[in-house]
Structure formats: C-alpha cells, structure tokens
Ligand binder design. Structure first.
Ligand code: PLP
Length: 389
C-alpha cells in the first residue's frame, strides 16, 4: 500500500508538470566553460554564472590542490569552534582590502549569508524593506528575521521613501540586489543610499552578479559606494570568482555582530580551506587579468547588437545577464528545448522564480565565449523565432 504522503506529493508534482514548471537536472560530465559535456552531448553553455571563465582555470585548481596537500579536505568544525584556517583568514583580509571595507567575513554560501545577516540585524519591532525582485535568499532572510517585512516596487526610490517615512519605531533595513539576478538590471544605489540616510535606515546590497564583473577593478558596487553609503555589502564567490562561498563586508562592529549573532555563520561547518585557497587564486587573477572583464563587456555588446538586429525581446540590461522576455511558461520552455536541440543550453526561468507571465530565457555571457559561439547562439535564436511565426 502506498503511504498517503506519496499520493499527496504525487498530485502536487503532477500539478507542477501540467503548469510547465517542472524542473529537471542535467548531469555535467566535464568542466564548466563556454562548452560542456552534458548528458553525453557536447553543448554550448549560455546559462552558467562563471562570467569570467575562472571556474576551470588551472591556477584555481593548483591552489586548491596545494592547500589540500597541506591541510587536507575537511575543515573539521565551524569557524567558532576550530575550523577557521589561515586560508579563510587570509581570504577575509583580501576581500576587505578589495572592497575597501574595514573587515570581511566568509560564509559558506550566499544563501546562508543573506539569511544570517538580515536576521542578525533586525527582528521583532524593526522593519525590513526589500525590492520586489530581490533574490529568494534575501526575501527568505527578511521573512525569517521576524521584522515587519515590506516589498517596494522594483527600483522605485519614491515608493521606498514613502514606506520609510511611514515606519515609526525600531531599526529600518533596506535590502536590494545590486544586479538583479533574473533581469540583469541594476539598483539605483546612490539614490537608495540617499533615501536610506535621509530616513535613518541602513542599506544592504547583494552584489552576487556585480562582484568580479563591474567596476574598474572588478570590485563591483564597493568601488563607487563607500562604507558609509553602503554599510552592509554582501557578495558571492561562486559566480564571477569561479569558486565557492560568499562574504559580507563592512565595519568592525558589523562583522563582530555577525560573528556573535548570525546563526547560519555560527552553526555550520567552515568551507574546506582548499576552497578558500582557490578563491584567493581567483582574486589574484581578478587583479592581473583585467582583460577578462573587457572581453566580457565586448561579448555583452556583441550579443545585444545581434539580438537588436533580430528584434529579439531584450531586457534593459548592461550586465552579463541578458534575458529574453518570452511570457508564457510553455513558450519559454519550448524555446529552451529548441535551443538544446541545436546544441545550446539556456534555461527557461519560470514562476515562482520570476513573476507570473514573465517567463524568460535567461542567457548569460562569459569572457570564455568566442565571437563565433555568440553568433551561433544568435543564429539559432533567429531560426527558432522565424519558425514560430
Ligand atoms: C546566487 C545568488 C545568491 C546565493 O549565493 P550562493 O553562494 O549560490 O548560495 C544570493 N544572492 C544572489 C543575488 C544570487 O544570485
């Protein structure tokens, strides 16, 4: 006899399938790069977040091997018990230096960093204000915190200001993505910083998609906003940096508060020290190989020019995230499948990741792409859209 839970779960899964929202995983059989071997087939990848082509860089591999030779694999404990290695420590010092902040604190993942920071800074009696299109981890952090949770209209500083003015007592925390992960557009950080400061609120930005990519030095929004303007900076190491993990950077008091009170920092095993070593090697490349950022920018421009010529539904993005807005879930999925049939992997992003009726092909570009690979994507998109009409 099947347990009643089985049939209940199966019904919910069937419902998701009927909505064309069922997710399936593919199995990678090679390194991640401009191309990869996926489920036995060689494909062009336009969906990874490895924006600088560092995930498979030999310098990262060598750093990881050397550290593993020296100190092994597992960190053995949480940072506060006895898992905080000199590799972690060195990486934190380096991140503070790169972002121009007093200190930085490593987290095992970006998801955990966002949950930890928000819940450590606000709670019952406080208020948290988040952009409607914030990443799930920021929204979950806001909900978990127990603070009064409000979402403001996307990139709408006036809407935020009205809400800030109405909030009475307690701390006020404004939280945004710097680069919105499913849209590729950017938050108006200087204006948000002003609104926060005018209303005695704190500003936090998640630079998961800007760190490594944007700015003269690749330090993202940390380059243009000081610690006073943007007191809480979070970014990840698993995207442009090509490694794994995340960090929060800011004042001494902020970092000490997180060490004492951020539960997803305290109650988890520290990342393997060899991973910290690989992240450090990637930061070296960020400095010594600025051409990666330039190549990425050229690739973005090449894609946008080509897509505009084809009248594809580009979204207003200047970043490595270049989604094509399709609308119906089924159509986005069909296009993703048609691309896959032509040997190109792009994922169809559907609700609940994006709002209803805005399903899209989330195309991401990398410094690893060559011109002809971008042209191949454009050619396939031209064929697919022509076939549809
Ligand atoms: C990917 C991402 C995260 C989560 O980071 P992980 O290290 O992958 O857990 C958080 N915020 C944003 C905006 C992201 O895109």
């Amino acid at each position: 006899m099947t347990h009643p839970i089985e049939s209940e779960l199966a019904a919910a899964l069937n419902e998701r399938r009927a909505l064309h929202r069922y997710r399936v995983r593919r199995t990678l059989e090679s390194a991640t790069g401009a191309t990869a071997r996926v489920d036995g087939k060689e494909v062009l990848l336009f969906c990874s977040n490895d924006y600088l082509g560092l995930a498979n860089h030999p310098a990262l591999t060598r750093a990881m091997q050397a550290a593993a030779e020296a100190v092994g694999v597992g960190s053995g404990a949480s940072h506060l018990v006895c898992g905080h290695s000199r590799y972690h420590h060195q990486l934190e010092e380096r991140l503070a230096e790169i972002t121009g902040r007093d200190r930085a604190l490593l987290f095992s993942t970006g998801y955990m960093a966002n949950m930890g920071v928000i819940a450590a800074l606000v709670g019952r009696g406080d208020a948290v204000f988040e952009d409607r299109l914030n990443h799930a981890s920021l929204l979950d952090g806001g909900l978990l915190s127990g603070a009064r949770f409000q979402r403001f209209a996307h990139n709408d500083v006036d809407d935020l200001t009205r809400r800030l003015q109405k909030a009475e007592s307690g701390r006020k925390l404004v939280v945004v993505d710097h680069v919105f992960s499913m849209d590729g557009d950017q938050a108006p950080l200087p204006e948000l910083a002003q609104a926060a400061s005018d209303n005695k609120a704190w500003l936090m930005a998640d630079d998961a998609h800007g760190f490594g990519v944007l700015g003269e030095r690749g330090a993202g929004c940390a380059e243009t906003l000081s610690q006073d303007e943007l007191p809480i900076l979070m970014a990840t190491l698993g995207k442009a940096i090509g490694g794994f993990g995340a960090f929060v950077a800011g004042s001494e008091a902020l970092i000490e508060t997180l060490i004492q009170f951020a539960r997803p920092y305290i109650y988890t095993t520290a990342m393997p020290p060899a991973v910290a070593a690989a992240n450090l090697a990637a930061l070296d490349l960020l400095e010594s190989e600025a051409w990666r950022r330039d190549t990425l920018q050229r690739n973005i421009q090449r894609f946008r020019r080509g897509a505009a010529q084809l009248s594809l539904p580009l979204m207003p993005s200047n970043t490595a995230i270049q989604p094509l807005q399709i609308g119906p879930d089924e159509q986005a999925l069909a296009m993703s499948r048609a691309l896959e049939a032509r040997g190109i992997l792009v994922s169809a992003i559907r609700p609940p990741t994006v709002p209803e009726g805005t399903s899209r092909l989330r195309i991401t570009l990398s410094a690893a792409h060559r011109d002809e690979q971008i042209d191949q994507l454009l050619e396939a998109l031209a064929q697919i859209t022509a076939g549809r009409d």
